[in-house]
Write a protein that binds this ligand. Structure first.
Ligand SMILES: [Zn+2]
Length: 312
């Protein structure tokens, strides 16, 4: 075998030799050659240095990857925490009102402030039903204008305003009716600010098509009140009484105010003219959108967490 061939063979075997994969005979052959051949010796020394450096890399790499892994875990957990805090802040910025008259009044006024006929609300009464806080208020600037506002209660026990409806009322007493829906069904809120003598009761007439109206009478016990009547209960009583399964509708035009004798004194309480008095404001907001935004924030947090945590 000529020297050039031997060099080629040794050159090919050196990597395996350095990793200890070659047999004793081969080792002897390589060592003998390397000791006598400058070129291969040089190559051998060079490769040996590289291998020993390669052996060092795993340790530093391991430490490096440990650090990177820690940083990735930190970033991942942080993005989840930040997303949760963000979602909570979003939530508490919306559910921010307490159940105090002045706070509720401020909420109503602010909520309708985009409206030209925005009321300056003064809260008269409030009642909670099925997670809804119903607020009966009057407009400080327009004596004929009364309204109802709906608030939803949040996990944080605070309220978010979702709807306001205020209108000129044709009664001197401020008698007003407001219909609203909750998950637990439809309700009628009846408010009155100055239900003084001779007012002693009111009648809610319900009609089903051309059938005669069925009447519900309620006694007035306070000069100012907010009563809430469940439509389900009214429908149930009506269907039991009439034996019919119609859906009865409240007929506002047949609404009556009564004195203690049961006489109709609606006209007595009617104000001459309410058309001249301005002021009606409405506004509504959907809680649904808040949950959409909160979900987006949480999803972004999750995506970021996944990105930081992924192996790449
Ligand atoms: Zn050689």
């Amino acid at each position: 075998m000529n020297k050039e061939w031997t060099c080629h063979i040794v050159e090919d075997l050196l990597p395996n030799y350095l990793e200890g994969l070659t047999s004793d005979e081969t080792n002897q052959f390589i060592e003998e050659h390397v000791n006598t051949c400058d070129k291969c010796n040089e190559l051998y020394m060079e490769m040996k240095t590289n291998v020993s450096t390669d052996e060092n890399i795993p340790k530093t790499e391991l430490n490096f990857f440990k650090k990177v892994k820690k940083a990735r875990l930190f970033a991942s957990v942080s993005s989840i925490i930040i997303a949760i805090i963000g979602a909570y802040l979003l939530y508490s910025s919306e559910f921010s009102y307490t159940n105090e008259p002045s706070v509720l009044a401020g909420a109503i006024t602010e909520f309708t402030s985009f409206d030209n006929h925005s009321p300056e609300a003064y809260v008269l009464e409030s009642r909670e039903v099925n997670g809804r806080l119903i607020v009966y208020f009057k407009d400080v600037n327009n004596p004929d204008v009364y309204g109802f506002a709906q608030f939803v209660k949040g996990w944080n026990q605070k309220y978010r305003i979702i709807r306001v409806n205020s209108n000129p009322v044709p009664f001197a007493s401020g008698f007003a009716i407001y219909q609203f829906d909750t998950r637990g069904g439809t309700y009628y809120a009846v408010g009155c600010a100055q239900c003084t003598e001779p007012l002693n009761g009111y009648e809610l007439p319900f009609a089903a098509g051309i059938e005669d109206s069925e009447i519900f009478s309620f006694e007035i016990r306070h000069h100012q009140f907010l009563n809430i009547h469940s439509d389900d209960e009214i429908q149930q009583v009506l269907q039991e009484q009439t034996g019919e399964v119609y859906t009865y509708q409240l007929d506002r035009s047949e609404l009556k105010l009564l004195d203690s004798e049961g006489n109709d004194i609606t006209d007595l309480d009617k104000t001459v003219d309410t058309t001249g008095s301005s002021g009606s404001g409405t506004g509504k907001a959907e809680t649904f959108l808040l949950y959409v935004f909160m979900t987006i924030v949480l999803l972004l947090g999750g995506v970021l967490a996944r990105y930081f945590w992924s192996e790449k």
